[in-house]
Design a protein around this ligand. Structure first.
Ligand SMILES: *Cc1c(COP(=O)(O)O)cnc(C)c1O
Length: 234
């Protein structure tokens, strides 16, 4: 692997190529650098190379890095990990996006706890797209009710859907999972035209970003292809 800056360059080119190949508009896919287990210094390197959006899975780890990096102004923090409902207050104030909302209770708390001076919190609903027993995410059948209820919450902007498909699928099955998420978003947009922008598909990681982009991803969440093999959690 090269330096973080080199890796960011390679990933950016991969995204551009896949976007073009999919016949999609240049710039329609954004890169979320997934920085869980990475040090503040590694994030600093990524910021120096032009990266602004970072995805974190663990609240305390993220807050520690935010404190260390407070001198860097325009970082965009995204929460992408499982959410304990007693942690929503800090999530609602420290992040601009939450990709992993999967139940109404959490949405309601984030809405109540988002300070009124801040822009609405951008959220995606995480969907357990392959119906895996131990995976977070709501079932697709729960989405219409969740969307109706969440559309009433002024502190949240309902941006779209997120999924982490079963990585052990064949490529065609993985592709089908991404397309299913894209179709689900399209249906929700038709049935709930006023529920929020519903313009976002957060899907695709280091190993499958091309497939996700071909299916319509707007955020790809990339860790190892930028930062190298996963660092052990200390
Ligand atoms: C770790 C993680 C990623 C990044 O995965 P890589 O394979 O390292 O690119 C993306 N999304 C979520 C939710 C993650 O936890």
């Amino acid at each position: 692997m090269g330096s973080i800056a080199d890796n960011l360059g390679s990933v950016t080119r991969l995204i551009q190529k896949a976007t073009l190949q999919a016949g999609r508009e240049p710039g329609s896919v954004s890169l979320l650098a997934v920085s869980k287990t990475r040090t503040a210094q590694e994030l600093r390197e990524a910021v120096a190379a032009g990266q602004r959006a970072f995805g974190e899975n663990y609240l305390q780890e993220a807050l520690d890095k935010m404190a260390e990096l407070h001198d860097l102004k325009d970082i965009d923090w995204h929460f992408i990990g499982p959410i304990q409902s007693n942690k929503t207050r800090q999530i609602a104030s420290a992040f601009s996006w939450v990709h992993s909302v999967d139940r109404l209770k959490v949405a309601r708390r984030l809405n109540e706890q988002r300070e009124t001076g801040l822009a609405p919190l951008n959220i995606c609903l995480q969907v357990n797209i392959n119906n895996e027993p131990s995976k977070s995410g709501c079932q697709p059948e729960e989405l219409p009710e969740l969307v109706s209820q969440i559309s009433l919450l002024p502190g949240l902007s309902l941006r779209g859907l997120m999924a982490i498909p079963d990585p052990d699928q064949t490529e065609p099955a993985l592709s089908a999972s991404f397309r299913k998420l894209a179709n689900t978003l399209k249906e929700l947009r038709q049935e709930h035209p006023k529920a929020g922008p519903l313009d976002t598909l957060s899907m695709g990681m280091s190993g499958d970003l091309e497939l996700a982009i071909a299916a319509g991803a707007t955020w790809v969440r990339i860790g190892t292809a930028i930062f190298g093999g996963r660092a052990p959690k200390s």
